[in-house]
Write a protein that binds this ligand. Structure first.
Ligand SMILES: NC(=O)c1ccc[n+]([C@@H]2O[C@H](COP(=O)([O-])OP(=O)(O)OC[C@H]3O[C@@H](n4cnc5c(N)ncnc54)[C@H](OP(=O)(O)O)[C@@H]3O)[C@@H](O)[C@H]2O)c1
Length: 428
């Protein structure tokens, strides 16, 4: 029987769960893959830290980099995290020394994936990263294998459970952003420092990886990223009244041979599929030919879901499937052009909080017509006692650049007392 000797480096939330899973499921994995998975070595930062796993002292590597040159290691599983430092050193060295690598590290793959893929390809070893995008959802393997026949035109979805939990709880519980963030931290859905989840960076890394796989392109940093920090209860209530929900969505699409990648809060129709994805769930929607639309939904994070993805990668390697990390060899991947969001058209929701004075509304609508943006709907909610008013405008399809110009010009007006809002609408 063949054997796969494994070193797990990083024994935090994910690494410890994976270690236990592999020990408890060795028999069934051996039967399914016709190969015995053996966790030969483990390592993390602090040797003396109390851990929830039982292991033999001989398994522990004092220097985690030893795993990259020990002859009885076939596969290194990197579960440290971060694009730089220890994780980067480990993965580059492992591939250079002809070790297979499995990682859950989206930051590392989004930044160095092209360079790493080149080394893996040259040395004929695997670099697998199913767990780096949307935890347990088998999106990467689906793109590389199950959907291989298809020409993909668009991929989009909810790729971050923390921000989705916050937006859907603000909606359902009628609470404001800070209250819901505190709940999310208490429930373990948000990290102590949740900035990458809230500012869109986490979705951005995942979307860059998906873009490369969908369009056979190289990783590209041209991406518009806006998080959810500016969304408040008023926007959620207004969206509901207008028949929409607000979700943080990542979009990547190919139009006229140019790719546009964008991450931003989006108003989506109440009755759309994606509006029903609540809490920490993730969902990915793929438009391809000839298959049509495919949807994958499930747990996007957490040790159990992430381990499911890691074991899928380990099994692929156990079966001897040496593949190009991004589906195609570096030579065959395309240098496609990436377009700016500014050239794209959206209908949009804009909210202006103004001092209620004569002429304000006409001044705002004039700025819209000057920028050739036509108004589909306008709702004014005056507060007579405070002499203020909230103006909500829904536009027809308009160039992103023109919408931003309006926002910039109106923001400078003396009648504005709060930073105006612009949220793009997706009518699909
Ligand atoms: N958590 C999730 O739900 C989730 C989902 C999908 C993907 N991921 C990805 O999975 C990876 C691991 O996440 P996690 O949540 O398990 O992180 P974590 O709980 O913070 O664990 C990180 C581990 O890395 C070790 N480590 C840190 N610096 C090190 C160094 N210089 N040398 C050696 N080991 C070092 C730590 O050692 P000590 O134990 O000694 O401190 C710890 O065991 C990340 O890339 C993350 O993005 C996580």
């Amino acid at each position: 029987m063949r054997k796969l000797n494994i070193a797990i480096i990083g024994l935090g939330n994910i690494g410890s769960y994976l270690y236990k899973y592999l020990n408890e499921n060795k028999k069934i994995l051996t039967e399914k893959n016709n190969c015995i998975p053996i966790v030969k070595y483990i390592s993390a930062k602090k040797r003396n830290k109390k851990r929830s796993i039982n292991f033999n002292k001989k398994q522990w590597l004092n220097n985690y980099l030893e795993a990259t040159y020990l002859s009885d290691v076939d596969l290194i599983i990197e579960l440290i995290g971060g694009a730089e430092g220890a994780a980067k050193k480990l993965v580059f060295n492992a591939l250079k020394n002809k070790k297979h690598v499995v990682t859950a590290n989206k930051a590392l793959i989004a930044k160095y994936g092209d360079q790493l893929a080149k080394i893996a390809e040259k040395n004929k070893v695997n670099l697998e990263f199913e767990a780096s995008v949307c935890g347990g959802l088998p999106i990467i393997r689906s793109l590389k294998e199950g959907l291989i026949a298809n020409k993909i035109s668009k991929i989009y979805g909810i790729f971050n459970g923390t921000s989705n939990y916050i937006l859907s709880s603000m909606d359902k519980k009628n609470k404001n952003f800070d209250e819901v963030l505190t709940d999310a931290k208490n429930l373990g859905y948000a990290e102590a420092n949740p900035s990458a989840d809230l500012n869109g960076d986490d979705v951005s890394s995942k979307l860059k990886i998906l873009t490369s796989l969908c369009f056979n392109s190289f990783l590209n940093d041209k991406i518009y990223v806006e998080g959810i920090k500016e969304i408040d209860k008023t926007d959620i209530i207004n969206a509901n009244k207008l028949g929409y929900k607000i979700k943080l969505i990542g979009f990547s699409e190919l139009l006229k041979n140019k790719i546009c990648q964008r991450v931003h809060p989006t108003l989506i129709k109440n009755n759309s599929y994606i509006a029903s994805i609540d809490g920490v769930l993730n969902a990915v929607i793929i438009d391809g030919k000839p298959v049509g639309q495919s949807i994958i939904q499930g747990e996007g994070a957490g040790p159990a879901a992430t381990t499911s993805a890691l074991v899928s990668d380990i099994s692929s390697i156990s079966r001897g499937n040496i593949k190009f990390p991004f589906s195609l060899s570096t030579k065959e991947r395309k240098k496609l052009k990436f377009d700016s969001i500014d050239n794209r058209f959206f209908s949009a929701y804009l909210r202006f909080e103004v001092f209620d004075k004569p002429g304000v509304l006409s001044n705002i609508t004039n700025i819209f017509s000057k920028n050739k943006v036509s108004i589909k709907r306008l709702i004014q909610n005056p507060n007579k006692n405070k002499k203020i008013s909230s103006i909500v405008i829904i536009t027809h399809n308009s160039k992103n650049n023109s919408l931003n110009k309006i926002l910039k010009e109106v923001t400078k007006k003396k009648y504005i007392f709060k930073k105006p809002k612009l949220i793009r609408i997706d009518e699909n």
